[in-house]
Write a protein that binds this ligand. Structure first.
Ligand SMILES: Nc1ncnc2c1ncn2[C@@H]1O[C@H](COP(=O)(O)OP(=O)(O)OP(=O)(O)O)[C@@H](O)[C@H]1O
Ligand SMILES: Nc1ncnc2c1ncn2[C@@H]1O[C@H](COP(=O)(O)OP(=O)(O)OP(=O)(O)O)[C@@H](O)[C@H]1O
Ligand SMILES: [Mg+2]
Ligand SMILES: [Mg+2]
Lengths: 468, 468
């Protein structure tokens, strides 16, 4: 009498789209814009071309229920483009993408762009247009819908044009129900904060009223691109180990460790196998028994001799870039920026960068203003559930730094970059309070708070001097 | 050069298991216990048999890294059992289950039980044993693992026994890495709070130290079971409409509306089609054009003539049961319990039940203690991100009710039941601040706070009288 059945990933996120950030027309408009802009920024960094991103939101004129309407959202970029054979699945299938690797990127789940299109489809029944060139020779234009029940793209049309000026990039145009008046402050704030952490990007936004917002690039210099890395032994588990063993060509344990793991040299591999794992170095990986695999994984987590992961797979903002973005946006009287040394949680390397700004155009809001970023993405929702909020509002003793949060115009900026940001949900809005990350944010905030406190003491001293 | 590929739902939740509540060994132990106990409670309510649930957690003796160990978790119930042909997928496939329907249940996503087993497998490489009888005639024993890459069960063994005493129920035994010392307070609290909202269940828990915890049922009376309902027009979107049209046998719009939707009678259907949707009643549903489908969905959301959804698909605790559970656990000096009338958000009916308790064994913690429940599940994490916390700590003016949160021993209990609880993430720990739900919780808290304030005034008056 109980009916059992399976649902596809697209069906799951269709039924639970609020979990992915598409809970109501205003929030869905914000989420659609940010998911597509983040894809375009990733594509620009991949192509190592300063991104020119153009976003147009126009109202199709039909008033929906209580203030919502149908909008057309168009996002154009000059990034890497999407290879033609992957376009249908990249946009028409949930859990399909190119970001499933150990390298810093905004994209993580293989879900965001597809969700924007899915939401558009279920509210307007219209297909999405994707125009892209990845090789500069041909331009491919697809008209797609999503077969939600089966998590598959439906290609309605596919045209190919020759590419006369070698353009590379991607254009997405989709219709969706939204409510711009409520979404507008968040959308504009998203662009403003993106300009701070991606100052090499030109962002143009035309809103439904035809107003043009331009965020001009402050520099042509692109950040050093992150390099894909291999898994670190501290983060390994039985499943990953079994997959490595299944694909390995290595015929002994030493070369297996050196080939598949991050920074394990011959000496360390031998020491680990003989002293900790107690597995003969000559053993064939494919011949390990199930018990030996479990023993090996446990030994890897215990062994203290592995080198800390390097940060080549990360691409932090850097102190200069971060400072430049903050100064440009808020023109503060004082700024201090610190980059913490690379750290690691569960085998994933991460870097925390913290800044504090005082005065200038920072408003007095009765509390410290917190700006949060992860892998160069601004996080604008669920502040009180984020680890950075916990640090800034619960763990730091501001009095000690001569700061009165209720009176002083202070803003704190926290940027975390990692090969895996521990988001608490697929909506990418807040970060879990992983102990290692919490500790680094706390240390970073204390570093910059110390600088501010010196500045404020000097300021008070100068003021007293003047008054005599 | 960019590698595109797809990942299965099991692979997705393997890589992002922290999103599902399996972030570290202590938390994973809690999540595994709660997911399996919730499955057993759902099964008992389905079978309409007062649940007897036995949970044993034993330590396998191997110390893992920093305090974690391998545990064996065994959960036995006398519920509906799982039909043999569905056992492999119910436990070995993500997004497979029997809870994808419009009827109140703890299960929602088709993910929880499978996650517990997946986590056990990747930390211990051991299979799970599932023993079940759904018909009372045969007992099926499966030994399973999960093919994570392909989201498919792997059946290692399947034995069938004859069932001599007609037992019905399910036994799950799995090995997993955990850390009981850190998880213990939460696990015990989970059982305690479950006893409050499922007082018809016997819960027995044997912990790794061999200590026995018994939560005896307070009543044999089972709640009235929820009845599956049809979608309400206010919650409809284009995708659901297209699926109904694809399966319908109806050959005109009036019977289509009456057949597929919740409580639409002939008169209302005609009025809606003629006045609001402007679609001829004789039209064949399968002949509707895409534009007409969109027009129909929009009209459904606008039309004010549909009847509010009934609450047959819900199964609230009821004032008596809620009061009994609270009195049994906290023996307060005063309790007031209120059930709000059925309400609806996005077409999903819901009922809010609120209680306030004062004195007795309620500790003074410096703030109001908040107990949260959703579909009879205790929510123990992420309190500050939950809509109930926002209401109790930010929206209610306690001074007005003569309550000083920092001094008075006050506990507030909030239970929300719905055909779709708007959880913020698949870990089922906190609820989104959907405006309709927030409003009902606020009204409920004010209702019971008013009663408490009367009690406290009388108490103060009596005290003054005595002192003269
Ligand atoms: N504008 C674009 N330019 C180039 N490639 C793109 C663009 N948009 C999407 N893609 C490709 O399509 C894939 C899927 O995009 P989608 O947003 O659905 O997932 P994702 O970005 O990988 O992960 P996330 O869910 O975290 O956003 C990406 O991995 C990327 O390879
Ligand atoms: N103890 C049990 N007795 C009877 N049926 C069970 C039991 N445990 C699991 N099932 C069945 O297996 C299915 C899958 O369980 P699972 O926990 O993975 O998902 P769910 O309970 O449907 O949803 P959720 O992810 O919200 O828990 C259930 O829908 C139920 O039909
Ligand atoms: Mg993306
Ligand atoms: Mg379940």
């Amino acid at each position: 009498r109980e009916e059992f059945y399976e649902i596809s990933p697209a069906d799951f996120f269709y039924r639970n789209r609020d979990i992915a950030g598409f809970s109501n027309p205003a929030r869905a408009l914000y989420s659609a814009v940010r998911e597509l802009v983040e894809n375009s920024l990733d594509a620009g960094e991949l192509a190592r071309r300063p991104p020119d991103i153009y976003v147009r939101l126009s109202c199709d004129g039909e008033k929906g229920e209580e203030g919502s309407s149908v909008y057309t959202l168009r996002v154009e970029d000059n990034g890497s483009g999407v290879p033609a054979r992957h376009i249908p699945q990249a946009f028409g299938q949930v859990f399909y993408g190119s970001k499933y690797r150990l390298r810093q990127a905004r994209g993580t789940f293989g879900l965001g762009g597809t969700m924007a299109i899915l939401y558009g489809q279920i509210t307007t029944n219209s297909p999405v247009h994707v125009i892209s060139s990845a090789d500069g020779k041909r331009i491919h234009e697809y008209t797609l819908m999503i077969d939600i029940k089966n998590n598959r793209p439906i290609v309605l049309k596919h045209k190919v044009y020759s590419n006369h000026n070698g353009w590379r990039g991607t254009i997405i145009e989709t219709k969706l129900e939204g409510e711009y008046s409520r979404a507008m402050p968040k959308i504009l704030e998203y662009f403003r904060q993106t300009a701070v952490v991606a100052p090499y990007a030109n962002l143009t936004f035309v809103d439904p009223k035809g107003r043009l917002y331009r965020f001009e690039r402050a520099t042509e210099a692109m950040p050093k691109p992150p390099v894909e890395t291999k898994p670190h032994p501290y983060g390994i588990d039985v499943e990953t180990m079994k997959r490595m063993i299944a694909v390995t060509q290595c015929r002994d344990m030493v070369s297996f460790l050196r080939e598949h793991f991050h920074k394990i040299g011959r000496t360390i591999a031998l020491r680990f196998l003989l002293e900790e794992a107690k597995i003969p170095p000559k053993r064939k990986p494919k011949r390990l028994s199930n018990e030996e695999i479990v023993k090996l994984v446990k030994a890897m987590k215990r062994f203290t001799g592995f080198r800390a992961p390097s940060a080549d797979c990360l691409s932090p903002l850097g102190v200069e870039l971060f400072r430049a973005g903050i100064v440009k946006e808020l023109k503060p009287e004082f700024v201090s920026v610190k980059q913490r040394p690379p750290s690691v949680y569960s085998g994933y390397p991460f870097i925390v960068e913290v800044a504090i700004a005082y005065g200038g155009e920072i408003p007095r809001t009765g509390d410290i203003i917190l700006y949060r970023f992860a892998n160069r993405i601004p996080l604008l929702y669920d502040e009180a559930s984020d680890v950075a909020w916990k640090v800034v509002h619960q763990l730091v003793n501001w009095k000690y730094y001569k700061v009165d949060p209720s009176k002083d115009p202070v803003a704190v900026f926290v940027h975390v970059c990692s090969t895996k940001i521990p988001y608490r949900s697929v909506g990418k809005e807040f970060i879990a309070d992983v102990p290692e990350i919490e500790r680094e944010i706390l240390n970073g905030v204390r570093d910059v708070a110390r600088d501010l406190s010196l500045y404020l003491s000097r300021k008070i001293a100068v003021e007293r001097e003047r008054q005599r």
